[in-house]
Design a protein around this ligand. Sequence first.
Ligand code: MRU
Length: 349
Amino acid sequence: MSKTGLLSLIWDGENLEMLDQRLLPSEIKYSKKTTVQEIWESIRSLEVRGAPAIGIAAAYGFYFAAREAPDTDFESFWKYLKEKSDYLASSRPTAVNLFWALERMEKKVLESKHLPISEIKRLVKEEAEAIHREDEEICRKIGEYGLTLLRDGVGILTHCNAGQLATARYGTATAPIYLAHEKGWKVRVFADETRPVNQGSRLTALELMQAGIDVTLICDNMAAMVMSKGWVDAVIVGCDRVAANGDTANKIGTLGLSILAKYYGIPFYVAAPTPTIDLGTKTGKDIPIEERNPNEVTCSFGRKTAPEGVKVYNPAFDVTPAENITAFITEKGIIYPPFEENIRDVINC
Ligand code: MRU
């Protein structure tokens, strides 16, 4: 699988170089993050976005907190860290990778409490690095499993950006596409623009083009037309949180696509790293859905595109019911229905 392309996060051993995804595709700008506050703001503002990348950034944010925490005694150290961890957790509500990463970091600290604080700080850094490294491995395996569902000449529709930019490398929904391309297969990708923030046009179209993959950009309301023409053999999307029963939160618009795919008899796959599967969330109804600033809807093309004062509803995610999902592509294999028990088996194995 290709090792090239833009990376959203680059760790230099002590600080995090972060690509400002808000500026893409016009400008490629990295900036150094060294504090918890900077990480919180970057997650909140979508400078870094995509469930796995948010989790990785938060893990490094936790390390920044540990680095500056008082080291007089464990109680003061832990109190400071827990406060910062809770603060990082307040940056966005839907992608469970944020909470998963912070919980994993907290667990590392608590199980090392008998060690000198300087040693705990070292372990915290290693844990953040492990989360970063493991995400790359997870994505590569999702690519390998996902490839078994594709064939030469396949047409794929994807939504939002579940690509390299949203992860450590390779992406989730894009990983099988990169692998198929590398094999020399012809793959035709339709990328939904993904209003209101346009992750599809700004990010997915960019990274697939940079990789030399045949990508066609469509507005979200063109997906039905493209499917009706028989150009889509599979829909592959990413996810922000998969509930225990398989209901899945992903970028707003995913639910509509799943309904269309069902109507047209097109397989609907969710590329799901296991850290995005949350057995603690029973069903889609229990997934908190982020609502974002109305400006995202009323301002496009750098100017106002709606009348001043208009009422706006701007949920950033929707929930696709499990019954609309053909299968989950995870790093541990492909999960088919019945989801409730098969997801549990895969997570617990
Ligand atoms: O609001 P965003 O850009 O963070 O939303 C991202 C998505 O919905 C992605 O599809 C999801 O996080 C999966 S990324 C591998």
